[in-house]
Design a binder for this molecule. Sequence first.
Ligand code: ADP
Ligand code: MG
Length: 698
Amino acid sequence: MSDFLRTDIKYLTGVGPKRAEIFNKEIDVFTVEDLLYYFPYKYIDRSRIYFIHEIDGNMPYIQLKGWITAFETVGEGRNKRLVAHFTDGTGFIDLVWFQGVKFMQDKYKTHSPYIVFGKPTRFGDKFNIAHPEIDPYIDENSRNVGLEPHYNTTEKMKKHYLNSKAIQKIMAGAFKSILGSISETLPDTVIQKAKLMPLKDALRNVHFPENPQILRDAQYRLKFEELFYIQLNILKYTSERKSKLKGIVFTHVGEYLNRFYTDKLPFELTGAQKRIIKEIRVDMATGEQMNRLLQGDVGSGKTLVALMLMLIALDNGYQAALMAPTEILATQHYQTISELLEGLNVNVELLTGSTKKADRERIHNNLLTGDLQILIGTHALIEDTVQFSNLGLVIIDEQHRFGVAQRAKLWTKNHQPPHILVMTATPIPRTLAMTVYGDLDVSVIDELPPGRKPIQTIHQFDKKRGAMYQSIRKQLQEGRQVYIVYPLIEESEKIDLKNLEEGYKHIMEVFPEYKISKVHGKMKPKEKDAEMQRFLRNETQIMVATTVIEVGVNVPNASVMVIEEAQRFGLSQLHQLRGRVGRGADQSYCILVTPYELSADTRKRINIMVESNDGFEIAEADLKLRGPGDLEGTQQSGIPFSLRIANIVRDGEILQYAREVAQSIMDEDPNMERPENRILLRQLRRLKGNRYGWELIS
Ligand code: ADP
Ligand code: MG
């Protein structure tokens, strides 16, 4: 791209330093190029002029061509308004202003030709258009034809008169100055093959399309390009990694795994667990470094898989590490695994932020001598001070935001990079996985341990708690335990704590005969842990908590999950919470409590939860309902970056095709040395320098 595109937008006609600053701060637009890539969010059809006699009760925004016959001021005080009687020879319609009466009357003349734009509304047996847009009509050639772009603007921008219309003007001016400055960013071969519109046409047409077909073609080109470069980047990176890094080869299945399997395994592995362990064992013996994502719904038994894989590392003379996102989870893993390994003579330790200094030092030392074989912990275990003697496998549990940068850090923990397995209970739809985890191989545990009854999910209005408490009491009387979860929103932690405190008091009143635990994010990890342990040992029967219990916690005796204000949670989160129950052989229940009044979308979300127990189905529905990159979606669904024009949900087919094209380039010209492919390397370098968060792509 030429220098003109790198020009600061303050030099553009109609911008200047003040507005430039607003562009920078409000929408991240700094250069002419940034502006060109600030795409409209919708278009309004200006291609047709209607006749007044065509107007009926149900019209979108339309255009009329005609003249004002007379002005009239009607009403008094707050009801005062200006009415212009407007005609095109086929009928009359009133144009109405409630504000700027004097201004409008001065601005527009009677009997001069105008194009009027607005939405007609019926008023008795007549129609009017309130606050229309009016442009002088000069001739057919100068008329703004085609689809009119509409741009998102913030309140602050509007205050400085940077509304959609103003952006449109600045954009039009920019295109006038650009002339030949936009050079192609894709190789000719790709443009031919995918039948794409050239970049300069696509950019102009996405802002000023003459008709819907041209718009679609322009959008297709830009979406394709965006997805294509993401895919190319992932594929290139993966192939480089594979050629540079030699993987550790695990060939033995030895004593540790065998003894565990025959003496210690508390139950028969599920078919899916067996298949996955085999798949991963093969993967860890190829000589390539493994980078794999293991998806398995909550309760599918990932921990056991993790443990058995770690034992394979031990059998081959290597150390293994298991990393969890929270202290509670790390501790629980440590306990589960220590118990399972009892008598096998394996040295396991726990390292978290609250590990005491003396213990920490001992752990550091034993890691270096190799005496310590399995280290379980939180993020504390990737700190630089933690060094291993021969780390062979790292397993990361329930971690969404573990991008390539963090994984790269793990690779340096050993002279040879360890194998890496990321485990998640968030089912990631295929299109997303391809974009976000593009360089990871994926395994799926698609089977739950036998004997589990599907959790029954019930929608409960908050005004009718009596019946709900009765059924909870019944469960408690049968010896089961109960979770009651309150929402937590970071910005208003105080309010949420109040909710929690009140809920806690209320529950104590309702169930005076039972012991109640309370856990929230503001507690010290030690206290939190102690409370969780009490619940785990059934010393308390009801756990009142915020979402800190969301991931991983395993209390098989708990059979009821009550989620208060369920409407405030996303689908993935509801599914995760629900997964805390149904872990034993008994029938479990999830009760979603909401107010009567719910938006249509929320009602849909709740219904999906009531009807489906399938994590993948729910994740797809979630993505469709919210779109990626929305709300907690950025974190929950794992999209750590923003797309400018493509949409992961709707443009799955384009993504698939873009990946195929990128793959064929990598196959034919992996270093992109052919003259026609050099442009690809240049463009990749440029894109990596941008602000769209590519560094977070795994
Ligand atoms: P998650 O995949 O959610 O991490 P866990 O590993 O915590 O699931 O396992 C959930 C529960 O299922 C645990 O209590 C675990 O002991 C049990 N479990 C795991 N595998 C099996 C199996 N093959 N048969 C029966 N129970 C199992
Ligand atoms: Mg788990």
